[in-house]
Design a binder for this molecule. Structure first.
Ligand code: HEM
Length: 231
C-alpha cells in the first residue's frame, strides 16, 4: 500500500487536493456573493448589518478566515506545482490543440487557468488589503445599526468602486473569475473521477451556468456602484 503522504504529494494526489480545495472555494464564493447582494440596496444599512453580524462572530470568524487561508493556500500550491510538473514533462506546448475524439472541451478558459488563477491571486491581495484591513470606525467609517456604532464598510466599498481604476480592475477580474470557475468546476469532477458518459454533459453545463451566474452577480456590483446605483 502507498503511504498517505506519498499518495497526496504525487501528481494525482495533488490533483485531488486541488479539486477538493477548488470546490470548497466555489462554496465560499457562492456564500460571499449572497452576502454581497445586499450591496445592490442603494442605502448601506443592510450591507453594514450583514458585515457586522460576521464581525460579531468574533473568534469563529477568525477561525473561518484561517481555514480560508489554508484552503486558498492549498489550492494555489497544488495548482502551481501540477502546472510546473506538466511544463517539465512537456516544455514546448502543443502546436495544435485538437480533441482526441468526441466534442472538444478545450477553450480559452481551460488553456489559461494558471493566468486567470494568478490574476485572481493578485486581486485577492489588493481586495483584502482594501476592505478587510481598510479604514474602520477609528478612521471615521462609522454607521448606526439599531443604535449601535458599527464599521461603515458600505461607504468604503462605494468610495472604492466609484474610482474608475478600481471599478475597471474589479470588473475585469470578475470576468476572469467566471472563466476560471467555468473550467475549474467540471475539471474538479474529472480529477475526482466522477465523470462518465452520463454525467459529463450535465456537470459541464451546470458548471457553465454557475460560473456565469457568479461572474454576473459579482460583475454587476462595481458596474452598479460606478454608475450611481448606491449612495
Ligand atoms: C464586486 C466584487 C466583490 C466585492 C464588492 C467584495 C466585497 C468584500 C468586502 C466588503 C470584504 C470585507 C469583509 C469584512 O471585512 O468583513 C471582502 C472580503 C473578502 N473577499 Fe470579497 N468582494 C468581492 C469579490 C470577491 C471575490 C471574487 C473573491 C474570491 C475570489 C473574494 C474574496 C474575499 C475574501 C477571501 C475576503 C476576506 C474574508 C475575510 O477575511 O473575512 N471577494 N469582500
Amino acid at each position: 500500500m502507498i503511504p498517505l503522504r506519498k499518495a497526496l504529494t504525487s501528481t494525482v494526489g495533488k490533483k485531488i487536493l486541488m479539486a477538493f480545495s477548488g470546490l470548497g472555494l466555489v462554496g465560499f464564493v457562492i456564500v460571499h456573493l449572497l452576502g454581497n447582494l445586499t450591496l445592490y440596496r442603494s442605502e448601506g444599512t443592510a450591507f453594514n448589518a450583514y458585515a457586522h453580524t460576521l464581525d460579531s462572530l468574533g473568534v469563529l470568524k477568525l477561525i473561518a478566515e484561517f481555514g480560508l487561508i489554508g484552503v486558498f493556500g492549498l489550492h494555489i500550491y497544488t495548482g502551481l506545482t501540477v502546472k510546473m510538473h506538466n511544463l517539465s514533462a512537456r516544455p514546448i506546448g502543443y502546436n495544435q490543440t485538437r480533441s482526441k475524439g468526441g466534442p472538444s472541451l478545450s477553450n480559452p478558459a481551460s488553456r489559461n487557468m494558471i493566468i486567470t488563477g494568478l490574476v485572481i491571486l493578485g486581486f485577492l491581495i489588493l481586495h483584502i488589503w482594501q476592505f478587510r484591513f481598510g479604514p474602520g470606525i477609528e478612521a471615521g467609517y462609522v454607521a448606526d445599526a439599531k443604535g449601535e456604532a458599527v464599521r461603515d464598510l458600505h461607504r468604503l466599498v462605494v468610495e472604492t468602486l466609484k474610482n474608475p481604476l478600481f471599478a475597471g480592475i474589479y470588473s475585469a477580474v470578475m470576468i476572469l473569475l467566471g472563466m476560471h470557475l467555468r473550467h475549474g468546476f467540471w475539471s474538479a469532477f474529472q480529477s475526482l473521477g466522477a465523470m462518465n458518459a452520463r454525467l459529463t454533459r450535465p456537470i459541464y453545463g451546470f458548471g457553465f451556468v454557475l460560473a456565469l451566474l457568479l461572474a454576473a452577480g459579482f460583475l454587476g456590483i462595481p458596474v452598479w456602484i460606478y454608475f450611481g446605483g448606491a449612495q
